[in-house]
Design a protein around this ligand. Structure first.
Ligand code: FES
Length: 110
């Protein structure tokens, strides 16, 4: 059941709603491609106001490991653990996506 529209003390909208969330697919295909190591790499490089979580299938199997940064709606494909520091530094800390890693299906201009 949804809490949308219900009145409760916990329904207040936090000003941190816009904080970034990194979703790292941990479903079967991405896991075979090394997604658990990618998630571990993000976990070792925490950034203030950024939450990193494993996710179920992001619907782009075969292009993984897939990483989705919200609310930016920036998709990275084929992410390798050694590329994570660049995403953390340039995108999560610096606010600029890593163009060479963008998922071509959703990011047509590079
Ligand atoms: S298994 Fe990762 S996108 Fe489907």
């Amino acid at each position: 059941m949804s809490n949308i529209g219900k009145s409760s003390n916990s329904a207040e909208i936090s000003p941190r709603v816009a904080a970034r969330c990194v979703r790292v697919c941990q479903n079967r295909t991405c896991k075979k491609q090394g997604a658990s190591k990618v998630l571990e790499a993000f976990a070792t490089l925490p950034v203030a106001d950024v939450t990193v979580t494993g996710s179920s299938c992001l619907g782009q199997c075969g292009h993984g490991p897939m990483v989705l940064v919200l609310p930016d709606m920036v998709w990275y494909c084929g992410v390798k653990p050694n590329e994570v520091p660049l995403v953390v530094k340039q995108h999560l800390s610096g606010g600029e996506c890593v163009k060479k890693m963008l998922y071509y299906r959703f990011h047509t201009e590079k």
